[in-house]
Design a protein around this ligand. Structure first.
Ligand SMILES: C[S@@+](CC[C@H](N)C(=O)[O-])C[C@H]1O[C@@H](n2cnc3c(N)ncnc32)[C@H](O)[C@@H]1O
Length: 208
C-alpha cells in the first residue's frame, strides 16, 4: 500500500520540529481578506489546518475570536506558544481589545466532531494552504453545518498550473478542482492573493 506521507500528522510533526513555517502571512494578504470578507470585532472564526498559527493570529489581530485546529501536535503546541507570547507582548505595550486565538489538536478527516464547535455557531471558516491535503467536498459539507446563516468559508490555495518550479513546495489544487469547490454554494467568488494568481482565495457562502 502506498501511504501519502504528507497526509499524516507524523509527517507534519516532523516538518514543524525542523522549524519549518508555512508561507508568511503579509499585511497585504490580511488587507485583501478584509476587503473581500467584511469582518467585525468579536466574530467567531475557525481556522482548519492552522499549522503554527500565523494566519489564525493575524485574524485575532483584526479582532476575531479564532480557534485553530490541526492534527499535528507539534503545530498546535507551537501555535499556542506563539499566541501566548504575542498576548504577553501586547499586554506589555498596553495594547488590548484584540480578538483571541486558541489551538486544538483535531483531525479533519476523523468522524469525531471538532471539540468546542457547536453547529451553526461560526461566522468564518478559513482554510489556508490546506485544501490540497483534504477531501474537500466532504469537508465543505461538514463546514457548512458549522456556519451561521450568513457565515462563509474562505479557502486560500496554491494553483498547481501557475506555480513556478521554485514554489512547487506549496502543494496546490488544479484549476479544475478549484472550479468544483463552489458546487452546492449559492454565492461564490474568488480573488488573487498573489497578482500572478499562483495563490488564490475562494469565498463560499449560503450552502444550498
Ligand atoms: C501547508 S500547511 C498550512 C498551515 C497553515 N494553514 C498556514 O497557512 O500556514 C498544511 C497544514 O494542514 C494540516 N493538516 C493536513 N491534514 C490535516 C487533517 N486531516 N486534519 C488537520 N490538519 C491537517 C497539517 O498538519 C499542516 O499544518
Amino acid at each position: 500500500m502506498i501511504i501519502n506521507e504528507q497526509a499524516t500528522a507524523m509527517h507534519w510533526d516532523e516538518t514543524y520540529r525542523k522549524g519549518r513555517r508555512s508561507l508568511r502571512v503579509t499585511p497585504h494578504e490580511i488587507e485583501l481578506f478584509q476587503l473581500h470578507v467584511k469582518t467585525a470585532p468579536g466574530m467567531v472564526a475557525v481556522d482548519i489546518g492552522c499549522g503554527t498559527g500565523d494566519w489564525a493570529l493575524a485574524l485575532a489581530n483584526v479582532g476575531l475570536d479564532v480557534t485553530g485546529y490541526d492534527f499535528s501536535a507539534v503545530a498546535v503546541a507551537t501555535a499556542s506558544r506563539l499566541s501566548m507570547e504575542a498576548a504577553a507582548a501586547d499586554e506589555a505595550k498596553g495594547k488590548g481589545g484584540q480578538g483571541r486565538a486558541r489551538f486544538i489538536e483535531w483531525d479533519v478527516t476523523s468522524d469525531v466532531a471538532p471539540p468546542f464547535l457547536e453547529p451553526h455557531s461560526v461566522d468564518i471558516v478559513t482554510c489556508r494552504l490546506v485544501a490540497a491535503f483534504l477531501p474537500m467536498q466532504r469537508f465543505l459539507v461538514r463546514a457548512a453545518g458549522w456556519l451561521k446563516p450568513d457565515g462563509l468559508v474562505h479557502i486560500v490555495t496554491a494553483v498547481d498550473e501557475r506555480l513556478d518550479a521554485a514554489a512547487q513546495e506549496h502543494r496546490g489544487l488544479k484549476e479544475r478542482q478549484i472550479a468544483k469547490l463552489g458546487a452546492g454554494w449559492k454565492d461564490v467568488h474568488s480573488y488573487a492573493v498573489r497578482a500572478d494568481r499562483s495563490i488564490e482565495a475562494i469565498v463560499l457562502q449560503h450552502y444550498a
